[in-house]
Design a protein around this ligand. Structure first.
Ligand code: PHE
Length: 339
């Protein structure tokens, strides 16, 4: 009996020694020490023995049980150690290796100038108003005093969708959305993407960016418009910029203007950029047409306003001397990485 027990112990210890994983060790624990394990079952048969024999065998079995138990715990620790060694071999880190440089993203030049313009206007107490790119005929045309049969519709070739929906041709549609929700006095700008159904070339894109400006309040006049424009241009170009207004036609402003700036390339002396006139056309603007205000239920005896539409692509092109508008949407890193 004793010999059997010692054999059993050796067998158990040998198999534990050969085990490779904790799961395997656990299986062996069950096999030998579990409720129905080989060592446990022998312990259960002791009852049928003579008292003396029972005592000595019992002692031996308990001793074997403890030894096996201890061996199992030791094996657990060894396995941890082995796994750790393996990881060290395969997943080591060379802390002296030079770092990999990380590619940094950056803001698109249009986004950069948009944020700058937002800051300038916020500092003058303007809010940022947003509107949808998918618009309807009413907000893009009709409410802007451009009725269905008005020739001005031809000025802006339109991507028409189903059910009178369209891709907005200008951010002026946000003027209407703003007047629908807020009461004057109000002032805000609306930067955004606009779309025209056009053949593209160096100065035409089907998708570009505008910032709409709108201010409605008591006694708002062309003087307010000029002041705000001057502040904007001074901040953007970091110097005093001379401006002039020429008459311009847009159905939603009266009077309407084209605002020109003194050519910054030649300081007004005349060069190829300003076509030797000394002036560069920058943005259309004007006083909000009374029809537009009336349609939104605003009392035109009490309130008036100005609006402008700044083309962001043009502005960035002038600032950096970019000669082709198609660069903006090209996603060409050689272009984008310069900003
Ligand atoms: N929405 C006009 C355009 O895109 C520009 C504009 C805006 C003109 C505001 C006057 C006032 O052509």
């Amino acid at each position: 009996m004793e010999e059997n027990l010692l054999n059993l112990k050796n067998k158990a210890i040998e198999s534990i020694r050969l085990s490779k994983s904790k799961e395997e060790v656990n299986q062996l624990r069950i096999k030998y020490l579990g409720k129905k394990g080989e060592i446990t079952s022998i312990l259960k048969t002791l009852g049928s023995l003579q008292a003396e024999e029972r005592a000595s065998l019992g002692k031996l079995i308990n001793q074997i049980k403890n030894e096996v138990e201890e061996f199992i715990n030791k094996r657990f620790e060894e396995i941890d150690e082995e796994v750790y060694e393996k990881i060290k071999e395969t997943e080591w880190i060379d802390i002296t290796a030079p770092g990999k440089s990380i590619l940094r993203g950056r803001l698109h030049p249009i986004t950069q100038i948009q944020y700058e313009i937002e800051d300038i206007f916020k500092s003058m107490g303007f809010s940022i108003f947003e509107g949808p790119e998918l618009e309807d005929d009413y907000h893009n045309f009709e409410a802007l005093n451009i009725p269905f049969d008005h020739p001005a519709r031809d000025m802006q070739d339109t991507f028409w969708l189903e059910n009178d929906y369209l891709l907005r041709t200008h951010t002026s549609s946000v003027q209407i959305r703003t007047l629908e929700t807020l009461k004057p006095p109000l002032q805000g700008i609306s930067p955004g993407r606009v779309f025209r159904y056009e053949a593209t070339d160096a100065s035409h894109e089907n998708t570009f960016y505008q910032v709409e400006g709108l201010m409605v309040g008591k006694d708002i006049s062309v003087a307010n418009l000029i002041y705000v424009m001057k502040v904007l241009l001074k901040e953007i170009f970091k110097k005093e910029v001379k401006i002039r207004l020429r008459p311009g036609f847009f159905p939603f402003v009266e009077p309407g203007f084209e605002l020109d700036i003194n050519c910054l390339i030649c300081n007004g002396k005349g060069c190829s950029v300003c076509k030797h006139t000394g002036w560069v056309e920058l943005l259309p603007c004007g006083l909000v047409h009374p029809n537009v205000l009336k349609m939104q239920g605003i009392d035109t005896e009490k309130y008036s306003g100005f609006a402008f539409g700044l083309g962001l692509n043009r502005l960035v092109m002038m600032r950096y001397g970019i000669d082709d508008i198609r660069h903006f949407l090209s996603s060409d890193l050689r272009f984008l990485e310069q900003f």
